[in-house]
Ligand binder design. Structure first.
Ligand SMILES: *Cc1c(COP(=O)(O)O)cnc(C)c1O
Length: 410
C-alpha cells in the first residue's frame, strides 16, 4: 500500500467534523523526523561500537563539526548535546548578564536559556511580515543593564542582520542569533551563521537536520570558540587541568553518526519540502483569509516550516477552528508559538504587562498555524490537507456550528 492509499477521496468525502471518517488513517505530524540512509547510519554505528570511542571529541563529532563549518563557511563549529545547552553556553561565553533583548514570538528555550542563568529576557516585538525581531523597536528597550540582543531567525527567515549589527555596535551590545530553524539558509547570499558574534543551531529530532538530540554554536570569533569548547567540557584544558567554570554540553558519537547521515541527505530533504510547499501554495491559492507565509527570498530557504496566516474575518473561521478541523482529520497542525513566551511561566508572573508592548506578537500568536511537512508528508498529502482547508472555508458557517456542537458533547 503506498502513501496515497491511506487517504480517502477528497472531493465528495464529508469532513470529519460533520461525522465523516478522518481523511487520514495515519496521523500527519509537524516535525516528524527526516531520516537519511539507514545502512549508512548503521555502518557508522558499527564503527563507534568497534572503536569504543563513544563520546569526548570523537572522530564522528569532529567530522560533523568540520562538515557543518564547511557547509556554512564559518571558522568554528562547536557541537553540543542539544540546542538549549548550546544557547546557554554561548550566552555565558559572550559574557551576557543583566538584560538581553529577545523576541517573544519564538520557542520558549530562547528565553529560558537566559532566565536559567538569571539574565532577564526583555521581550521586543516582531515585524508582522517577516516574523523576526523588529529593529525599529529595539532601542526603546535598552537600559544601563542591557548587554546583548538575541535575535531568532524564526522559520528560517533571516533577521535584519545589518540593522541589528548597527544597533549592537552603537550601544556596545553583543549580538547572538538563535538559528535553530535556519540551518542551510542564506541571507543575501551569505549562510546564516556568519552574522553577529555567534549563532546557535539545533539538531533536535523534529528539526530539519536531526541528530536525535544535538546542537551547535557557530562563530567566526576564534577566541570565543575556545572559551565555548572549554565550557562544554567542564573547563578541562588537559587531563587534570581545569581553568574555567564549565558544564557538560558534549555531543556523543551516535548523535554525530545520525547528523552526518542526515547531512548527506540534506539536498533531498530541501527538495522534498520545496515540492510539498509548492503544492500547498497551489491548493491554498485564492482561498479566503488564509495565506502561506514566505521569506523575503525563497532562494536559500530550507523550507523547514509551512506557516499559514489566518485572517479570521476574511476566512469565516478562526485559526483555532481550522486547527480543530484538521485534527479531526488526523492532521496535527500546530498553533505556533501560542500563547507567546511572554504568556508562559515564569515570564507571565514576573512581567504581567509585557503584552502591552508586543501588539504584533499578540496578533501573530492568534493567527499563525504550522502545517505538516517533511519526508513523511507527500505532495499528495499536501493536496489533501489543502483540500480539507478549502472544503472547511467553503462551508465555514456549518463548520463553526458543528465545532460548537462537538464542544458541548465533549
Ligand atoms: C528547537 C529550538 C530550540 C532548542 O533546541 P533543542 O535542541 O531542542 O534544545 C531553541 N530555539 C528555537 C527557536 C527552537 O526552535
Amino acid at each position: 500500500m503506498n502513501e496515497h492509499d491511506k487517504t480517502r477521496p477528497a472531493s465528495s468525502a464529508q469532513l470529519a467534523v460533520f461525522g465523516g471518517e478522518p481523511r487520514f488513517e495515519e496521523v500527519k505530524h509537524v516535525g516528524r523526523p527526516n531520516i537519511g540512509d539507514r545502512e549508512a547510519f548503521l555502518a557508522r554505528m558499527r564503527g563507534v561500537l568497534d572503536s569504543m570511542w563513544l563520546t569526548n571529541d570523537g572522530p564522528l563529532v569532529r567530522e560533523f563539526e568540520a562538515r557543518i563549518a564547511d557547509t556554512l563557511g564559518v571558522r568554528n563549529c562547536i557541537t553540543m548535546c542539544n540546542g538549549t545547552v548550546a544557547l546557554e553556553i554561548a550566552i555565558r561565553a559572550l559574557g551576557l548578564q543583566g538584560e538581553v533583548i529577545v523576541p517573544a514570538f519564538t520557542f520558549v528555550a530562547t528565553a529560558h536559556a537566559l532566565q536559567w542563568q538569571e539574565i532577564t529576557p526583555v521581550f521586543c516585538d516582531v515585524d508582522p511580515t517577516t516574523h523576526v525581531i523588529d529593529p525599529g523597536r529595539i532601542e526603546r528597550h535598552i537600559t544601563p543593564r542591557t548587554t546583548g540582543i538575541l535575535g531568532v531567525h524564526i522559520w528560517g527567515f533571516p533577521c535584519d542582520t545589518a540593522a541589528l549589527e548597527v544597533i549592537a555596535e552603537r550601544n556596545d551590545l553583543r549580538l547572538l542569533f538563535d538559528a535553530a530553524h535556519a540551518f542551510g539558509c542564506l541571507h543575501r547570499g551569505t549562510p546564516i551563521g556568519n552574522f553577529g558574534d555567534a549563532a546557535v543551531l539545533s539538531f533536535h529530532a523534529t528539526k530539519f537536520l536531526n541528530a536525535f538530540e544535538g546542537g551547535a554554536v557557530v562563530t567566526n570569533d576564534d577566541a570565543l570558540a575556545e572559551r565555548i569548547k572549554l565550557m562544554r567540557n567542564f573547563g578541562f584544558v588537559d587531563f587534570d587541568q581545569v581553568t574555567y567554570l564549565g558544564t557538560n554540553g558534549k555531543m556523543a558519537e551516535p548523535a554525530a553518526a545520525m547528523g552526518l547521515t542526515n547531512l548527506d541527505a540534506l539536498d533531498e530533504f530541501v527538495e522534498h519540502n520545496r515540492q510539498v510547499f509548492d503544492r500547498y501554495r497551489r491548493v491554498l491559492e485564492g482561498l479566503p483569509g488564509v495565506r502561506l507565509v514566505e521569506p523575503a527570498s525563497l532562494n536559500g530557504w530550507n523550507y523547514q516550516y509551512v506557516v499559514l496566516d489566518v485572517n479570521a474575518e476574511a476566512a469565516g473561521l478562526t485559526r483555532d477552528e481550522l486547527v480543530a478541523v484538521l485534527w479531526a482529520e488526523n492532521v496535527r497542525a500546530r498553533r505556533y508559538f501560542y500563547p507567546g513566551v511572554h504568556r508562559m511561566e515564569p515570564y507571565r508572573s514576573v512581567y504581567p504587562h509585557s503584552h502591552l508592548l508586543l501588539p504584533e506578537t499578540e496578533r501573530l500568536v492568534r493567527r499563525t498555524m504550522v502545517l505538516p511537512t517533511g519526508t513523511s508528508v507527500s505532495v499528495e498529502d499536501a493536496d489533501v490537507i489543502g483540500g480539507i482547508l478549502a472544503q472547511a472555508l467553503d462551508g465555514a458557517g456549518e463548520v463553526r456550528r458543528a465545532l460548537e456542537r462537538r464542544e458541548v458533547h465533549t
